[in-house]
Design a binder for this molecule. Sequence first.
Ligand code: TMP
Length: 211
Amino acid sequence: MNKERKKGKFIVLEGIDGSGLSTQTLRLKDYLLQNYAIKAVLAKEPSEGLIGALIRQILSGRVTGIHDRSLALLFAADRLDHIHNKILPILDKGDFVICDRYLWSSFAYQGLTNELVWIEEINKYALKPDLTIFIRVRPETSMQRICSSRIKTEIFETRETLEKVLANYEKIFKKWQECGKNVVEIDGEKDPQSVQIDIMRSIDEFLQRME
Ligand code: TMP
């Protein structure tokens, strides 16, 4: 997909619920600007588009009766919409995009109830990230953080589910690492400042490799 014309870099942060993705994407954006004068735009999936809004209603339980396969297709459709309407135009300008969740979330979450090959197939037109940062936290830590910060939880936010989601993330991480893709695992059990420092270090290395 449009590999030739893409000028900016596409960085994705992934992890189970409560792994600190939104905090760290924001901090990374500031770090790139302050230390490298790189403008980065934040993105998030599910996106702010129409399909993303529908997905949010399903996740919160306000819309019910959606089959797992339909949800997987909605995430894939939202992703393509997001890529074409937001991500690619920013990359084309030469700015970076930092995305809070992307393709791996579909492998990890929709992979709970759907075959991985099918998830790969429906996402085959999704632009591949230049770097994927996996923030690893234990499901116990994740549930503690979610319960102390929110009144309501979403459909995937139980310890049993997050254990399976984490196992899927670990599989995908290993698979992409073996294929030589740019992936980094960060220990998300540390305090946010230490996690930020580890992410900054991996970004420094990534940018050096890009030179
Ligand atoms: P968040 O806004 O707190 O990150 O929650 C988004 C939820 O959506 C989270 O539980 C993971 C889930 N999700 C999927 O199941 N598949 C996907 O492809 C994406 C992007 C998110």
